[in-house]
Ligand binder design. Structure first.
Ligand code: UFG
Length: 327
C-alpha cells in the first residue's frame, strides 16, 4: 500500500509510520512540525512540511504524489489532544481538529482517494455511566477535545457515504510507552499525561506530581483509565488500513485493553522503579471518572489484541526519557 500519514512526525503518527514500514508499505508523511519532530520521521518515509489547515499545502502533497502513484489510504493524526487545554481554547481545537479534517476530506475527494484512517478518542464517550465503553454506546463528550473528535467522526461518515469512500475510525484510550528501538517516543516541552509526569517526578525533573482528585466514585477515589502501548496502537493502524483496502468496508473500533487502572495504581507501578512523591490536588476540568474500552470488535474484525502491559509502558517510557536526557 501507499499511505499518506498526516501528522507522521508526532507521537502516535511516528510510531505508526515505523509499523507501516516494518510491514513493507510505502509511506509519505506530511506534518507542520508544531508538536512533531523531523528526526522522528522514519528515514524510509518521504517527508513534506505542510499544515492540514492550509489547503495549498495539502493539494501540493496530493498532486506531487498522486501524479506518481495515488495513495491507497490516508491516515489522520494531526490533531490537538490535551483535554484541559481544549477546555481553555475550544476555538483552536475546532479549527485544527474539525476544519483540518474537512480540508483533508475535500482534497481526498478531489483526488479520488477512497480510504481514510482516523484517530479518534475515548473522550467521545464522555462520562460513561457503564465504565466499559462499547462502540455502539451513545456519545456525549464532556470536553471540547472529545467534541471536536466526535464532530469529525460524523463528518467522515457522511463524506464517505456521499463519495463512495471507506473509513476506519479508531477510538484510542490512554496511550503510553515508546518504540522498542527508542528512536521515537513521547517528547514534548510540557508533559501532561499521567505516566510521563509520574516518571518525571520519579526522576526529580519535577519535585512532585499532583493526583487530580481522590473523591471520584471509583475503588480508591482516583480516576480509572485504560492504558495501551503506543506500539500496539500503531500496529492496529496497519491492520485497519489493510482491512479497508481488502474488504472495501468501513469500521469503527475502540483500541484499548478491556482493563482499567486507577491513577494511584499507575503511580504505584512507577514507584516500583522510581521514588515518586505525590500530592492530592483538586479535580481537573473535563476528567470523566472511568473510561475502559471493550476491545471485542477490534479482536473480531482485525484480529488485534494488545501485546504489552502497563508495566511495559512504564519501562519503555522511562528508557526513552533517560535516552533523551530526562526531558
Ligand atoms: N492525572 C493526574 N496527574 C497528572 C496527570 C494526569 O492525576 O499529573 C490523571 C488525570 O486527572 C486523569 C488520568 O490521570 O484522571 C489520565 O490523565 P491523562 O492526562 O494522562 O490522560 P486523559 O485521560 O486526560 O486523556 C487521554 C488522552 C486523550 C484521550 C483520553 C481517553 O490525552 O486524548 O486519554 O481516555 F481521549
Amino acid at each position: 500500500m501507499k499511505v499518506l500519514v498526516i501528522g507522521g512526525a508526532g507521537y502516535i503518527g511516528s510510531h505508526t509510520v515505523y509499523e507501516l514500514i516494518r510491514a513493507g508499505h510505502e509511506v509519505v508523511v506530511m506534518d507542520n512540525l508544531s508538536t512533531g519532530y523531523k528526526e522522528f520521521v522514519h528515514k524510509n518515509a518521504k517527508f513534506y512540511l505542510g499544515d492540514i489547515t492550509n489547503k495549498e499545502d495539502l493539494t501540493r502533497v496530493f498532486k506531487e504524489e498522486c501524479d506518481i502513484k495515488p495513495f491507497d489510504v490516508v491516515m489522520h493524526f494531526a490533531a490537538k489532544l490535551i483535554v484541559p487545554e481544549s477546555v481553555k481554547q475550544p476555538l483552536e481545537y475546532y479549527h485544527n481538529n474539525v476544519e483540518g479534517v474537512r480540508l483533508m476530506l475535500e482534497v481526498m475527494t478531489e483526488f479520488h482517494i477512497k480510504n481514510v484512517v482516523f484517530s479518534s478518542t475515548a473522550a467521545v464517550y464522555g462520562d460513561s455511566k457503564k465504565g466499559i465503553c462499547e462502540e455502539d454506546d451513545p456519545c456525549d463528550p464532556i470536553n471540547p477535545y472529545g467534541a471536536s473528535k466526535y464532530a469529525s467522526e460524523n463528518m467522515i461518515k457522511w463524506v464517505c457515504n456521499a463519495y463512495d469512500m471507506h473509513y476506519c475510525i479508531f477510538r484510542y484510550f490512554n496511550v503510553a510507552g515508546a518504540d522498542a528501538s527508542l528512536e521515537i517516543g513521547l517528547k514534548k516541552d510540557v508533559l501532561t499525561h499521567l505516566i510521563p509526569v509520574a516518571i518525571q517526578a520519579g526522576l526529580k525533573i519535577r519535585d512532585h506530581m499532583d493526583i487530580f482528585g481522590d473523591d471520584y466514585d471509583t475503588k480508591d477515589g482516583t480516576c480509572i483509565r485504560d492504558y495501551i502501548h503506543v506500539s500496539d496502537l500503531a500496529y492496529a493502524h496497519v491492520l485497519g488500513a489493510e482491512y479497508l483496502v481488502k474488504n472495501k468496508k468501513s469500521l469503527l473500533v475502540n483500541l484499548g485493553s478491556n482493563e482499567g487502572y486507577s491513577v494511584k495504581e499507575v503511580v504505584d507501578v512507577v514507584r516500583k522503579y522510581l521514588p515518586v512523591d505525590y500530592r492530592i490536588a483538586p479535580r481537573r476540568d473535563g476528567d470523566p471518572a472511568k473510561l475502559i474500552a471493550s476491545n471485542k470488535k477490534a479482536r473480531e474484525l482485525l484480529g488485534w489484541s494488545p501485546k504489552y502491559k502497563l508495566e511495559d509502558m512504564v519501562k519503555s517510557d522511562l528508557a526513552f526519557r533517560k535516552k533523551i536526557n530526562n526531558k
